[in-house]
Design a protein around this ligand. Structure first.
Ligand code: FAD
Length: 472
């Protein structure tokens, strides 16, 4: 029986960093992962590297280039003629990026002394783990600590199950080998908007059906309003308050049925991407009597430090409460590996940034203006439009703004909301500022290079006290 200090079940962005940090902490660690790609190959990296963050960003980048070549190059005086898209090459590039990223994990494991085990892991009573290898052979392992990082899986619509061809999940939508003429995306969340943007820019007619009446309710109100305007300009036909009730499939496509304020509607498309959310994945993860509890929504119950109800069993990432984001899982994994090694560690759940990698990009951290208003705390707002940024103008990327919400009593920054070029990069400054409980005055007094997009954050901080220089 192999004995470890730590066994991690799940090698996604929550599990593999936990294993690496445990190795860096000189603990004997194994990381078990069962991810199998469509070609039958095993790969570490979980959803994020194989079927999520990385492949979606690869295609977002390619499709954005197509869009810019078609709509923006001429303004720069660049003539390219007709732009055509070779989907096979685009997908080959996407697959290459994924492969390089997942293979990189094996090297990282080697450097940190982590034993990577490919196959299924199941927690048994008494901190034992049953490992089933690729060949089906079972082995019992023991560990002083077990970290569960089994992630999540896409939620299916009962009325319209995935068939992998006409009705697909987000993974399927990342691997289309041709551009669908008519595409329906069910769900106007982050994943739906990113995938809808990719295929729209590549030429699909895209209808997005969203059951909620409000667009992007998690974002600051001003940001969602601005975003909706730009998605419509891109040609995404976003229909809010549209509840899908079923679909009829035929060789020529899918006839979707949905209801909205006007009653029953139908929509004929070639393919449907269902992106209505993700569920915690715990299938065959827990044996009898482990003591690990699952809550009513299917998440593994953990405390603030990611401890489960079972002694020395921890859980991190999408399988526990909190936003389903790779960086949230990574920080939880690293925290747990440090806590196991007796170090001080904590995740600050108030400063987890959210990013939507569309064009314009959307990013935020902290509270929205609506949330601050509801809290009753006195607040001030500072905004700065990218239209007033010299760098944004030089980039032909003047859509959007940066907005800061801060407390009036002590000037603390409570939330930062950006829609515009490189918003996902710009938000890092706001995260750092909030991590150190910075005030708008701290940002106001920080020198930002000129001309950079980051000046928009600086000017928004100045604008919170109505002393912006480049904006009235
Ligand atoms: P996962 O990545 O799901 O990994 C869990 C791993 O555990 C998998 O490999 C699984 O096979 C394995 N596993 C499960 N059970 C067992 C078992 N019993 N034995 C062995 N192995 C097991 N997040 C971002 O932060 N930024 C983005 O840009 C972003 N884009 C996304 C785009 C798409 C299309 C999707 C679908 C998701 C995106 N996400 C993004 C979300 C992100 O992918 C997840 O939050 C992240 O992958 C969660 O990490 P995890 O390690 O908890 O779980």
């Amino acid at each position: 029986m192999s004995q470890y200090d730590v066994i991690v079940i799940g090698g996604g962005p929550a599990g593999y960093p936990a294993a690496i940090r445990a190795g860096q902490n000189k603990l004997k660690v194994a990381c078990i992962d069962e991810w199998v790609n469509k070609d039958g190959s095993y790969a570490f990296g979980g959803t994020c590297l194989n079927a999520g963050c990385i492949p979606s960003k690869a295609l977002l980048e390619s499709s954005e280039l197509v869009h810019r070549a078609q709509h923006e190059f001429a303004v720069h005086g660049i003539k390219v003629g007709d732009v055509s898209v070779d989907v096979a090459t685009m997908q080959k590039r996407r697959a290459g990026i994924v492969k390089a990223s997942t293979q990189g994990i094996s090297s990282l494991f080697k450097a940190a002394g982590v034993t990577g085990l490919q196959g299924h892991g199941k927690l048994l009573k008494g901190n034992k783990v049953e490992f089933t290898g690729k060949d089906g052979k079972k082995e019992e392992l023991t560990a002083k600590h077990v970290i569960l990082a089994s992630g999540s899986s896409p939620t299916e619509l009962k009325s319209m199950p995935f068939d992998g061809k006409q009705i697909v999940d987000s993974w399927g939508a990342l691997e289309f080998d041709t551009v669908p003429k008519r595409l329906c995306v069910v769900g106007a969340g982050v994943i739906g908007l990113e995938l809808g943007s990719v295929w729209r820019r590549l030429g699909s007619e895209v209808v997005v059906l969203e059951a909620l009446e409000t667009f992007l309710p998690a974002a600051d109100g001003a940001v969602s309003k601005e975003a909706l305007k730009h998605f419509k300009k891109l040609g995404l036909d976003i229909r809010l308050g549209a509840k899908v009730s079923g679909a009829d499939k035929s060789a020529s496509g899918v006839k979707l049925k949905y209801t909205d304020a006007k009653g029953e509607q139908t929509l004929e498309v070639d393919k449907v991407v269902v992106a209505i959310g993700r569920r915690p994945f715990t299938k065959d993860l827990l044996g009898d009597g482990t003591g690990v509890q699952i809550d009513e929504r299917g998440f593994i119950k953990v405390d603030h430090d990611c401890k489960t109800d079972a002694a020395n069993v921890w859980a991190v990432g999408d399988v526990v409460r909190g936003p389903m984001l790779a960086h949230k899982g990574k920080e939880e994994g690293v925290m747990v590996a440090d806590l196991i090694a007796g170090k001080i560690a904590e995740v600050n759940y108030k400063t987890i940034p959210s990013v939507i990698y569309t064009a314009p990009e959307i990013a935020w951290v902290g509270l929205t203006e609506e949330e601050v208003k509801k809290s009753g705390r006195g607040y001030k707002v500072g905004s700065f439009p990218f239209l007033a940024s010299g760098r944004a103008r030089a980039m032909e990327a003047t859509a959007g703004f940066a907005k800061i919400v801060a407390a009036t009593d002590d000037d603390e920054i409570l939330g930062v909301h950006i829609i515009g070029p490189m918003a996902g990069e710009l938000i890092a400054e706001a995260v750092l500022a909030m991590e150190y409980s910075a005030s708008t005055e701290d940002l106001q007094r920080t020198i930002h290079a000129h001309p950079t997009l980051s000046e928009a954050v600086h000017e928004a901080a100045l604008n919170a006290d109505k002393i912006a220089i480049d904006f009235p």
